[in-house]
Design a protein around this ligand. Structure first.
Ligand SMILES: Cc1cc2nc3c(=O)[nH]c(=O)nc-3n(C[C@H](O)[C@H](O)[C@H](O)COP(=O)(O)O)c2cc1C
Length: 269
């Protein structure tokens, strides 16, 4: 069994006294009632009143989106906030003219990036240096090594996915003998990888809008080729979803919140 890896090695490097510094207001937080209320208050709203959303509200929601957990903290996503009426109109047409897009005060185009691994690994190393200077807390060697060597290998399939077959072969063979990361080994895996983190950010954004008294509708009903053309996006920019946002107008909620029996989805073993 191979027990020595980046996860196990990080354990030995942590100083419990630093924890308060890393999460200054978090440890004592307890408010399940409010959180229940917030989650239950969010609904997909398909008709908005068109009134502008205050800039600070949208910015706060997007910033909270960036605080969602994300894979290796590489933040392989981006969010385009569309407020321009003409642009909303064009995009709404590419969203099959759905009213959730047509009537939205803002559209948030949520994009998973398949090309940011190396750039963000380097940026992380720079952040470590900055943090060390500011806090005096040294970054564990294993963390630096992770962003220098492992993450660039694991989350990257090279230009035109050239490394993909070699990665697949490497992990398949070594996987017979030890625990290995199986994905991402293809471009479509990388897309899934970044879309996971992007979608978690989307949920934070939607809950944040609700907390501010605004509503959202996540949409995958759009013509991605047309949307990419309108926004001049490239092949590394995969649109995970588009969020319509605004204040709910009468008739904006189409029905009660329906979910199948929870026993179908939740298994405890
Ligand atoms: C990835 C994703 C794509 C969706 N696409 C659309 C869409 O294109 N149009 C739409 O009206 N609703 C869309 N929805 C909203 C769902 O229909 C909605 O979440 C579901 O019916 C449950 O309702 P609730 O969000 O009010 O709980 C989408 C939701 C998700 C998560």
């Amino acid at each position: 069994m191979n027990k020595k890896n980046v996860f196990t090695e990080m354990e030995g490097t942590l100083n419990p006294d630093d924890e308060k510094k890393f999460r200054p207001n978090g440890s004592d937080y307890y408010n399940p009632e409010e959180f229940n209320k917030l989650v239950k208050a969010r609904r997909s709203v398909r008709k908005f009143d068109g009134e502008p959303i205050p800039d600070d509200v949208s910015m706060n929601c997007l910033e909270l989106g960036l605080l969602a957990p994300n894979s290796s903290n590489l933040q392989a996503y981006e969010f385009i906030r569309v407020r321009d009426k003409g642009m909303i109109e064009k995009l709404a047409e590419a969203c099959f003219s759905q009213s959730a897009a047509r009537t939205a005060s803002e559209l948030i185009v949520c994009i998973a990036r398949t090309d940011k691994c190396l750039e963000h690994c380097n940026e992380m190393l720079l952040e470590f240096k900055k943090m060390e200077k500011e806090t005096g807390i040294e970054t564990p060697k294993v963390a630096k090594l992770y962003y220098e060597k492992l993450a660039p290998f694991v989350y990257n399939v090279g230009p035109f996915s050239l490394y993909a077959p070699f990665k697949w072969l490497f992990f398949t063979i070594t996987g017979f003998f030890k625990v290995v990361p199986r994905e991402p080994v293809s471009l479509s895996d990388v897309r899934t990888w970044s879309a996971k983190s992007c979608s978690l950010a989307c949920e934070n954004i939607m809950l944040a809008y609700r907390a501010h008294g605004y509503d959202t509708c996540p949409m995958e009903g759009f013509d991605s080729v047309r949307v990419k053309k309108i926004l001049n996006l490239n092949r590394h920019q995969y649109i995970a979803m588009i969020l319509g946002a605004g204040k709910c107008a009468p008739g904006g909620i189409y029905g009660p919140q329906l979910r199948f029996n929870k026993n179908k989805f939740i298994r405890t073993i």
